[in-house]
Design a protein around this ligand. Structure first.
Ligand code: AMP
Ligand code: MG
Length: 457
């Protein structure tokens, strides 16, 4: 007997898959609410494994163990000046003439350092140990040496021009906490504590999935209506700057099956960033495909410009559950990290709007804190700097705006002005900018001369 069930032709299946609709409840938050939502999720993340690396390679990496002082800092009472080590009582009345009983250079051997008695002084150099008996250093400008005697013309109080032993840190005290991203100062501090190697977190891997039928690879000659993929590159740069490792996936089509298999691939990473396909258009399928995969959405939009359709959620084999303990948590420490084929319990994702400026801005505003948490960094708040507005701004109120701008001026006189642009697709204008002016959502006008908030880039 012939099969009675009607088997639809493939094209129909394709059409059905494209048009079938899994509703995603819209959760559009204010900028501040959306940012706090990301911060709350970031706080649940477990940092990845650690590795030991050389001191210099550790710059930009996140410390996985505290660095402890291996001795008092400074290890001896250190003179901060070139001058004479004296007893303040001997110079209570000036001018006073004292006997010079020696000279103390930086690095002077302990046994060659004389004790200072009544009426005595020792010439001393910056960074040298202050001798017993003396507890102040008179700067060289206030002295005149005559043979073995020195005339002091200005008095000193106890402790002047000396850093006491252990004043910067006591032996055994923590110098740098775990979770700190290492910069030149913390690397210098680790060096001063004798650490030639440091334990740092492994870099999280971030999958980048760009979507859109019109998008072609940079190597391709684009057709008249095609657009070269630029978002994968801006994101890769931002990911690297945030201390993580980008993995660029192939460009996904505006078609559910192809999109879904690339999303599944991307969810094997520690974080998945999608660009494009999150607006309200008929072919904006990212949210629908993720909803079909049982994703959980924290928000599907933020009242900002550029970047309004930004999406944040998590998706995986099982939904993450705080109560499950370490095994159930999202983060770089979940089992999938070691073997790409191992199913991870869940992965956070962002659907970033495809307009290139929106992609860059939403990364700074929302993706960075998640990446930093995956990299093992302690949480930090988003801070804007302030500068004087060069010329008046007019906008429609209702959205918090992050508009490409140039911060200029010199020394204490900084000023900031908008870069003329064609909207959130204008990469050329954004490439000329060095910051974004932050316009609060309740303002429709800001006069020249007012101090405005600035997001640096
Ligand atoms: P969408 O968010 O998919 O509606 O895309 C918004 C705009 O961004 C469209 O003009 C796209 O062509 C453009 N766009 C999307 N993805 C990219 C990309 N990877 N590189 C450059 N432009 C893109
Ligand atoms: Mg698109």
């Amino acid at each position: 007997m012939a099969e009675s069930r009607v088997v639809p032709p493939l094209s129909f299946v394709g059409y059905y898959l494209l048009m079938s609709f899994t509703p995603v409840p819209a959760t559009v938050l204010s900028f501040e609410h959306a940012r706090r939502t990301v911060e709350e999720q970031a706080a649940l993340i477990q940092a990845g494994e650690a590795e030991s690396i050389g001191l210099l390679e550790a710059a930009g990496r996140v410390l996985a163990e505290p660095v402890v002082a291996d001795r008092d800092l400074p290890p001896f009472p250190r003179s901060t000046r070139d001058g004479y080590a004296v007893r303040p009582v001997d110079v209570a009345k000036v001018p006073a003439t004292l006997d010079v009983i020696g000279e103390i250079k930086a690095g002077e051997k302990l046994e060659r350092i004389p004790s200072i008695g009544k009426g005595q002084a020792a010439s001393i150099m910056t960074g040298a140990p202050v001798p017993d008996g003396a507890d102040a250093v008179v700067m060289v400008e206030y002295t005149a040496q005559h043979g073995t005697r020195v005339e002091i013309t200005r008095g000193v109080t106890a402790g002047e021009n000396i850093v006491p032993r252990g004043a910067e840190a006591r032996e055994g005290a923590p110098l740098i906490n775990r979770g700190v991203r290492l910069n030149e100062a913390s690397i210098a501090l680790a060096a001063s504590a004798g650490k030639s190697r440091l334990l740092v977190h492994k870099r999280p891997r971030v999958a980048v999935l760009t979507t859109g039928d019109e998008i072609v690879a940079v190597e391709t000659i684009p057709g008249p209506t095609q657009i070269r993929n630029s978002n994968s590159y801006s994101l890769a740069v931002q990911i690297r700057q945030a201390g993580a490792e980008p993995m660029l996936l192939p460009i996904a089509p505006d078609e559910k099956q192809g999109l879904r298999s690339l999303i599944e691939e991307g969810l094997k990473a520690d974080l998945l960033l999608l660009t494009g396909g999150v607006s309200m258009g008929r072919y904006d399928l990212v949210e629908q495909v993720l909803a079909e995969m049982q994703a959980e959405f924290f928000f599907t939009g933020a009242r900002i410009q550029p970047g309004r359709p930004v999406v944040f959620g998590k998706c995986g084999e099982a939904k993450c559950d705080e109560g499950k303990g370490a095994e159930g948590k999202c983060g770089a420490g979940t089992p999938a990290r070691n073997g790409a084929s191992a199913p991870r319990l869940c992965t956070y994702f962002f659907g970033l709007p495809g307009n290139p400026v929106s992609t860059m801005v939403t990364f700074e505003l929302f993706v960075r804190p998640m990446l930093e948490a995956l990299a093992g960094m302690s949480a930090r708040k988003l801070l804007f700097t302030h500068a004087k507005l060069k010329s008046e701004i007019h906008v429609k109120p209702g959205l918090k705006r992050f508009l490409p701008a140039i911060l200029s001026g010199e020394f204490e006189d900084s000023e900031v002005g908008l870069v003329p642009w064609q909207g959130s697709g204008d990469i050329a204008a954004t490439a000329r900018a060095n910051c974004y002016i932050v316009v609060p959502s309740d303002r429709d006008q800001i006069p020249a001369g007012e101090f405005v908030a600035v997001l640096m880039r």
